[in-house]
Design a protein around this ligand. Structure first.
Ligand SMILES: [Fe+2]
Length: 296
């Protein structure tokens, strides 16, 4: 069965355009506060301040083990202005890489507990890996006031085109996920470490080799995340495809204008709330609104 999946993923990836600025290295800085929309930058700065200033949220995140993830799926309902991180230039790059049929699969906030006192590290994304699904794009916008300086995302330039023998990517008996021989081919891995400063977002093909970094810190790591895939890819890629998340009507309208939404996956809830339906394949379906509510 896996063999069939592997072959199908290769065929689909072969059919993607794979062009434009993302194709050069496999990753692209898509938002830069020095050059991009200042209004969006100020908005994100306020969101960062609000979230890091919430004791309720910080306490909630701290309950998880070291590296533990809380996935908040209503971030774009609470903070719809973040949808503007995707503008026509970014869309252009996504379409050039994945094809004009590319859609948004997920939009939310990932929060990682970085306090080592919370136990053994429980997150394997800190090891070099690929996401087991072939080509799809993920966008990271760190909300930490210092950006992801202490928790950089490392991306090995040029590895987005690797055709894996199998797309299964577990931890091996030697404690790694990518063979050392392969990593050695990319002589200076550390040069490829991307420090994404606050006010900057990074969009990359998760078929390429990447890793998070889990340096202990009293501050949690908060990352706005979005995922994009080509519509052709849904059947064969385990974790790729529409997930469940909420959108405020203004975020819904923005994504809708950019033709990023699958109409059949949108359910209007109440006046301002749109539910994007899909597989609940996030590890947690958590509402930021519930956590923040008590602070009102
Ligand atoms: Fe990953």
């Amino acid at each position: 069965m896996q063999l069939i999946k592997d072959v199908l993923i290769k065929i689909i990836d072969y059919s993607l355009p794979g062009q434009g600025p993302i194709d050069e290295h496999g990753g692209l800085t898509t938002f830069d506060c020095n050059k991009s929309n200042l209004e969006v930058y100020d908005y994100m700065k306020n969101v960062s301040k609000t979230l890091f200033g919430s004791n309720l949220l910080m306490d909630f995140i701290a309950q998880k083990g070291f590296g533990g993830l809380s996935d908040f799926t209503d971030f774009f309902y609470m903070y719809p202005g973040a949808a503007k991180l995707i503008d026509t230039r970014v869309i252009g790059a996504i379409y050039q890489y994945l094809g004009a049929g590319a859609k948004i699969d997920f939009a939310g906030l990932a929060a990682f507990n970085m306090d080592e006192k919370a136990g053994e590290l429980i997150n394997y994304s800190g090891l070099f890996h690929h996401d087991s699904v072939g080509s799809r794009l993920k966008l990271f916008f760190p909300l930490n006031p210092e950006g992801n300086r202490d928790y950089p995302t490392a991306y090995i330039s040029g590895t987005h085109k690797l055709k894996w023998k199998t797309y299964i990517n577990p931890v091996n008996s030697n404690g790694s996920r990518i063979p050392d021989e392969l990593l050695k081919l990319y002589s200076d891995v550390s040069k490829n470490e991307k420090v994404v400063p606050f006010g900057t977002s990074y969009l990359f093909d998760t078929n390429g080799i990447h890793s998070g970094c889990y340096r202990p810190s009293s501050q949690p790591r908060l990352v706005v995340q979005m995922e994009f895939s080509n519509r052709k890819s849904l059947l064969v890629r385990g974790k790729v495809g529409p997930s469940q998340f909420n959108l405020h009507s203004t975020a819904y309208e923005h994504f809708s204008e950019l033709k990023l939404l699958r109409r059949s996956n949108i359910k209007r809830q109440s006046d301002d709330n749109y539910l994007h339906i899909g597989r609940s394949n996030r590890r947690n379906i958590l509402n930021l609104s519930d956590v923040l509510k008590e602070s009102e």
